[in-house]
Design a protein around this ligand. Sequence first.
Ligand SMILES: Nc1ncnc2c1ncn2[C@@H]1O[C@H](COP(=O)(O)OP(=O)(O)OP(=O)(O)O)[C@@H](O)[C@H]1O
Ligand SMILES: [Mg+2]
Length: 246
Amino acid sequence: MIKIPTPIMPSDEELMNFTKRQLQIHEGLRMDKWSDGLKMLSTPFLVIEIPKELFYSIVDYEKRDSNKIREELDKIVGSYFVGDYEKSFFKLITRSGKDLGVLPVTNAEDILDQMWSSMRLFDDMCYLHRDADACKLIIRPFVDYNINNEWRVFIKNREVVGITQYDIYNSYKGDINEMLHRLTELIALTLNNTDLDIFVADYYIETDATKSMKSHLIELNPFGLSDPCLLDYNNMNCQIATHLYR
Ligand SMILES: Nc1ncnc2c1ncn2[C@@H]1O[C@H](COP(=O)(O)OP(=O)(O)OP(=O)(O)O)[C@@H](O)[C@H]1O
Ligand SMILES: [Mg+2]
């Protein structure tokens, strides 16, 4: 006979501890807490605070009036979608909804569509909603990234233990030595602007001087949690992984 486990309901305290643990993992990485020095290395972004109650009603939306949620969110975010932010990239303080594809947002409705259909966003909102300081949206002007120029760098004890091409399917077409030169400069600047010992940094590296988009930091991630792309967390030892060499 199949043994069915006894259902348990975690206490509020246990749930809150879970939220705290998850947020601890992101300490020092969260874009809403970036120093000005880190911001200088990246593209601009806005941090928009959302009342805890509204954030929770988005998580618990099946029981609520979705039109009302849309109206309330629009009152808070609607005015931000102007100028460079007319078409934006949206994420939480933890992750984006890239499991839907990288899609722009232009209003509250687009944000809710992503929140309600992305597993990554929904998973994160399920614990973020318990901490008012974590109920924030980040928007940045939407840019047309060439994914082949994105690199993920693994830092442990403030040393580079791995570098991988972000896109695991395509081969890198650029000049690898020039790319490494620019990447090394950005890694040094990143380390100058954070006390973190261990993290994963994502960079966009442009080696073509005629392109208007310049090399920059995209974001920081928790070590061990982010997709290691072409590497393996268990044996990272100053490797650089790219399809170029295949
Ligand atoms: N401003 C932007 N405009 C358009 N696309 C963007 C923008 N910022 C990031 N992206 C794209 O979306 C991807 C995911 O963005 P980001 O790294 O900020 O979110 P994430 O969910 O933490 O992703 P990851 O799993 O790589 O850590 C980036 O690798 C990049 O290709
Ligand atoms: Mg990330």
